[in-house]
Design a binder for this molecule. Sequence first.
Ligand code: NAD
Ligand code: MG
Length: 340
Amino acid sequence: MSTDTTELLKNARIAVIGYGSQGRAHALNLHDSGLHVVVGARPGGPSWQKAQDDGLEVAKPADAVRDADLVALLTPDMVQPKVYTDSIEPYIKPGAALLFAHGFNVHFGQITPRPDIDVNLVAPKGPGALVRSEYERGRGVPCLIAVAHDATGQSEAKARAYAAGIGGARAMLIATDFKEETETDLFGEQAVLCGGASELVTKGFETLVEAGYQPEIAYYEVMHELKLIVDLFYEGGLAKMLQFVSETAQYGDYTRGPRVVDAGTKERMKAVLKEIQDGTFAREWTAEYAAGLPNYKKYKQADLEHPIEKVGAKLRARMAWLHKDKAAVSKADENLKKTG
Ligand code: NAD
Ligand code: MG
């Protein structure tokens, strides 16, 4: 528990631009912490209505920014440069703060903030739904905090006060910089969490099915049961996983795991990291986005058409525990959104 408080922002007007996973959680937590929040949303869009129904003040992004002392830019990363150019740069007050939840655009030069404003970052290490639910329980999700520019001498203090307002300071604040937050976040999702894990699962599935085993059984072995292992990692690291699996499973882990994920894999991880560090990935991805996502759509379609998806849908339809509580299922879906 840190000693940070919301004191510095108690008379501030905070504009939260974007009312999605993080935006909604931040805005509601800040509001419940007694701070003055205005949500910036597009008129007529679903977020506008949702924020209003949640009891928050809503304005067009430019109007929310105009009088704000702190602007949290929480739209998807790829639309942030346009939102910055259209609705923030012309309106934000000198000496106000521009706060991010991910450093991508500032670190890779997609946004160059005006030099007369503070630029900082508060990145919760969890999805928005958890940021909100932990806050409601009187706890918080740990946050990374960083400063890219200090125009007022209070850039870090503002980030700490904001982190206190969303509940992060109740748990832990870890000081970092935009470079470290951005590069480690991208590496994690590419090499291990999204990219690494999905490839490990689908290659394992293919190996079993190509060897003549039933797809239903392969699905259970390599996709479904992964949750049990990940939950053990999450609760108690490698030690808890080893404690709860058999000696046979442990021996297989020690002797076969390093043959599947080996020194060559680590070399390729280093190459992936290098492309993040030298900007290759950021250039490739921003060009892909600007071109209308032609390859992204192709890759996504291929994933959705993988045989593991067909058998998975069939098997999950029979898992009553996934369906008995529709609200819990959609909450789980929300939690499954990319962690930034
Ligand atoms: P999201 O996709 O859930 O929500 C984005 C919101 O922005 C939506 O409400 C959308 O309607 C709105 N929006 C889109 N274009 C807009 C525009 N032009 N003007 C105004 N609003 C617009 O996004 P998210 O996952 O909450 O991500 C927001 C930021 O938080 C990103 O920088 C992301 O990297 C970071 N982050 C996300 C997570 C996570 O778990 N989702 C975790 C940490 C950090
Ligand atoms: Mg994949």
